[in-house]
Design a protein. Structure first.
Length: 168
């Protein structure tokens, strides 16, 4: 009888360990599935994906502020820009058509983002908050997120009236 109790306790521990391992594998599977979905959506949208990005299995892409600026100038490009800085932050340039959602409000404001598959470029003062925003969006199944590295601080100084920016 004592042996049976000991054996049952050992089996119960093994079962708990197996359940934990299965749970961890499921989490990894969900992560890998989201990476695959991200890459497929980018391919569908005819976006360039570097080999390194695919091999590293990055959940989002870092893009330079200059490349984001060039994209911003392209009237045919289809994308969303989300500004995750606080409301009191003095932006060096006002970008038209930007969705402003402070980082601290992002998770409860996901419904303000029109698409989970269209390219979403995230900007903040220096690119730090936008990294956190990309991670939050990926976690909530947004599949095409790009962090604008350097944020507003690295946004090109070239400011021309009439191309989506307002001089101040």
């Amino acid at each position: 009888m004592f042996f049976d109790l000991f054996s049952n306790h050992r089996m119960s521990r093994k079962l708990k360990n197996l359940e934990h391992k299965v749970f961890e594998l499921e989490k990894q599977l969900i992560f890998f599935q989201s990476i695959i979905n991200t890459n497929l959506i980018r391919i569908k949208n005819n976006q360039y994906i570097s080999d390194q990005y695919i091999l590293n299995m990055n959940p989002y892409i870092d893009i330079s502020a200059y490349n984001a600026y060039e994209l911003f100038l392209d009237e045919n490009a289809q994308y969303w820009i989300i500004d995750v800085e606080s409301k009191d932050y003095k932006r060096p340039v006002n970008l038209n058509s930007v969705i402003k959602i402070p980082l601290e409000d992002l998770e409860k404001s996901l419904d303000k983002i029109p698409s989970k598959t269209a390219p979403i470029y995230i900007i903040s003062k220096d690119g730090i908050k936008s990294i956190n925003a990309c991670e939050t969006l990926v976690k909530n199944h947004f599949y095409n997120c790009c962090n604008i590295s350097g944020g507003y601080e690295k946004w090109p100084d070239i400011k021309v009236e009439g191309i989506g920016q307002r001089l101040e």
